[in-house]
Design a protein around this ligand. Structure first.
Ligand SMILES: Nc1ncnc2c1ncn2[C@@H]1O[C@H](COP(=O)(O)OP(=O)(O)O)[C@@H](O)[C@H]1O
Ligand SMILES: N[C@@H](CCOP(=O)(O)O)C(=O)O
Length: 325
């Protein structure tokens, strides 16, 4: 992640000691990886026992938008889905203010990301994603995916001046194709609900259970819900497939990995006929969404410590690949 807003232990030690029951702060470290928010590992000690949390300062999301994400994590955690659980303070609050920005503290999940996933990792993610979708069906809050079609329509004009003619044509033609898809009868019938919408390999942890290799890996959990929203479940699956099931050329699919993900997902929730028909266009929508956001981050960057920008060309190439399906 990046650290846009630095934090020292002295900034939070009194607050943590007074408003929570997690003991005294022993350390706060900025976390590398991620590009949206300022994230810190927060260590405390309670009755001689070390505790670990993740403190997030939200850099773009407003206090009005955040309850959806935090309540969703509470809901899913209560239903047994392995996701970070927001900490509730002594006043019953889960959303706080730090350095004038919204902030939250969540439980730290065990494990590490598997950036070169094996079939079993794809299968574990597919199965849990379907379980997560079903677990969200009785979540009472709704909030649109803030990085969906209307954001693409608003953002594309800002990035077009930076692109080559070929890129401009690809982007504007794909937007038109997606506008048509989003207004179709098929799209309207796709099942929807709380969706993660950013379930990349670096947003999933696997717990090796003490092994030095991946042989004992179990799912540690899904995190980084701050692009979540009420969206088509198929979009969530497409975002996930586009990142987890890549061939060595990093743009086409590895069919075996894709099959593992899809079979595991469908062992919990089979796709409807409309979803099967919509799959190729939804894969394009998922590639387009991240091409746009990466172009936006690349050409309209923000200041931050430890920020590692993501490469926009990856999703440009992927979109070209998905158009051949
Ligand atoms: N709940 C958590 N448990 C364990 N590690 C976490 C948790 N939340 C974040 N992290 C760590 O912090 C890093 C950055 O978090 P991320 O949510 O991806 O950042 P951003 O908010 O910028 O997208 C992750 O790669 C992971 O290592
Ligand atoms: N996953 C997205 C955008 C956000 O990245 P993250 O590392 O902060 O989750 C991308 O790769 O573009």
């Amino acid at each position: 992640m990046a650290v846009f807003t630095p934090i020292e232990p002295s900034d939070i030690s009194d607050w943590i000691a007074t408003d929570f029951e997690i003991g005294q702060v022993t350390d706060v470290r900025g976390i590398q990886g991620g590009i949206e928010n300022s994230n810190f590992f927060l260590d405390t000690e309670l009755d001689g026992k070390a505790q670990q949390f993740v403190l997030t300062i939200f850099e773009r999301l407003s206090a009005a938008q955040l309850p959806y994400y935090l309540e969703l994590m509470c809901h899913l955690a209560d239903k047994g889905i392995p996701v970070p659980k927001p900490l509730v303070d002594k006043h019953g609050q889960i959303l706080f203010s730090l350095k004038g920005k919204p902030a939250a503290i969540v439980s730290k999940l065990p494990g590490l990301s598997r950036l070169e996933p094996q079939l079993k990792h794809c299968a574990m993610v597919g199965e849990m994603l379907a379980k997560m979708h079903l677990a969200g069906t009785d979540f009472i809050h709704t909030q649109e995916n803030l990085r969906s079609l209307s954001w693409w329509q608003h953002t594309i004009p800002q990035i077009l001046p930076h692109l080559s003619d070929t890129q401009k044509t690809l982007l504007t033609k794909e937007l038109a194709a997606q506008e048509h898809f989003f207004s179709s009868a098929n799209y309207a019938q796709l099942p929807q609900g709380a969706s993660h919408c950013d379930l990349f390999r670096d947003n999933v942890l696997f717990d090796s259970k003490g092994a030095s290799d991946t042989s004992q890996d179990v799912l540690g959990g899904f995190f980084d819900f701050y692009f979540a929203g009420t969206d088509k479940w198929l979009f969530d699956l497409a975002v996930t497939a586009n990142d987890w099931c890549l061939a060595d050329n990093k743009q086409d699919f590895n069919p075996t990995h894709l099959n593992a993900l899809m079979e595991a997902y469908q062992s919990v929730r089979p796709l409807t006929k409309q979803e099967q028909q919509s799959w190729p266009l939804m894969l394009r929508a998922a590639a387009l969404r991240f091409w746009i956001s990466r172009l936006w981050d690349f050409y309209l960057p923000r200041d931050a410590q430890m920020l590692t920008p993501h490469d926009p060309r990856h999703f440009e190439n992927m979109l070209i690949s998905r158009k051949t399906l």
